[in-house]
Write a protein that binds this ligand. Structure first.
Ligand SMILES: [Zn+2]
Length: 275
């Protein structure tokens, strides 16, 4: 590519507003009880430090409808917009995350399992994780009243692509109507359990009337992308503060000491094109 051909493309990129929106994915916010659990369990102190850092660094929390509007091209969000999501519906979100989020006025989404409300995380406990309480229906209602968006994470934390069509439809369609009956408000968003989906599962989510679905694919969400495959950054309980910041900066689940070098080398390669 001749050097002058680079110039208009680069100018266009610099002139256009940065339009990359992050969705953070958490599970538990609590004191971890085992090394295995720590992966999915952010301590209340770490969570508060992460949220305070975001607020101080000029990040702006937006709700999930705004993220969907952004990828659909309806409403462009400014740089450093982000959304916070919690999967599974652990009680620790109410006890430890809500006070921090309320103090900082940050909206968030919790993806709940309507047939496991008030029960425990059996699907994790079977694999050796400590048993943990899931939010009851009144506790979910309390979170919704405090401004949380409640989304569906299926009825029972099912591995959706492995189910037949009827069973998959039940998990996706019934979880929406059951949560709506429980909370008395519309449930507009879905998150795939285990991050597992295929074309058929995605189509059932669309047909069920959800406005979006969160995946576990990492990266920024840009206009023109599929609102039924929103990308999320996986925040682990083991993340140090520098790893958390790096995940946000590069929109990646990987945080490595040499990440900045690899990132800019990758961007340079993309700019120069093949060969
Ligand atoms: Zn889950």
């Amino acid at each position: 590519m001749p050097p002058q051909a680079l110039i208009p493309e680069r100018a266009a990129r610099q002139a256009s507003p940065v339009s990359r929106v992050l969705v953070l994915m958490y599970h538990q916010v609590d004191a971890p009880r085992s090394a295995q659990e720590q992966r999915f369990c952010t301590s209340p102190a770490d969570f508060a430090a992460q949220m305070q850092w975001l607020a101080g660094a000029g990040y702006r929390a937006v709700d999930l409808d705004a993220v969907v509007g952004h990828v659909k091209g309806c409403a462009m969000l400014p740089e450093k917009s982000f959304h916070i999501s919690f999967d599974d519906g652990f009680v620790g979100v109410l006890e430890h995350a809500l006070p921090t989020l309320a103090a900082l006025r940050m909206p968030a989404t919790l993806f709940a399992l309507p047939r496991r409300t008030g029960l425990t995380n059996d699907w994790m406990h079977r694999r050796g994780a400590p048993r943990r309480a899931l939010l009851s229906a009144p506790q979910l209602q309390l979170l919704a009243d405090e401004g949380f968006t409640i989304g569906s994470h299926s009825c029972t934390h099912a591995r959706l692509p492995e189910l037949d069509a009827d069973a998959a439809r039940q998990e996706i369609v019934d979880s929406k109507s059951e949560l709506e009956a429980m909370l008395g408000r519309e449930v507009r968003h879905f998150a795939y359990p285990y991050g597992l989906f295929d074309e058929r599962v995605r189509e059932i989510v669309v047909q069920a009337g959800y406005a979006s679905a969160c995946s576990t694919r990492s990266g920024f969400n840009r206009p023109g992308e599929d609102p039924y495959l929103l990308r999320r950054i996986d925040i682990a309980g083991t993340d140090k503060q520098w790893q958390f910041r790096q995940k946000l900066q590069y929109g990646s689940n990987e945080a490595k000491r040499l990440q900045p070098l690899a990132y800019y080398a990758g961007r340079l390669r993309a700019r120069l094109g093949p060969g």
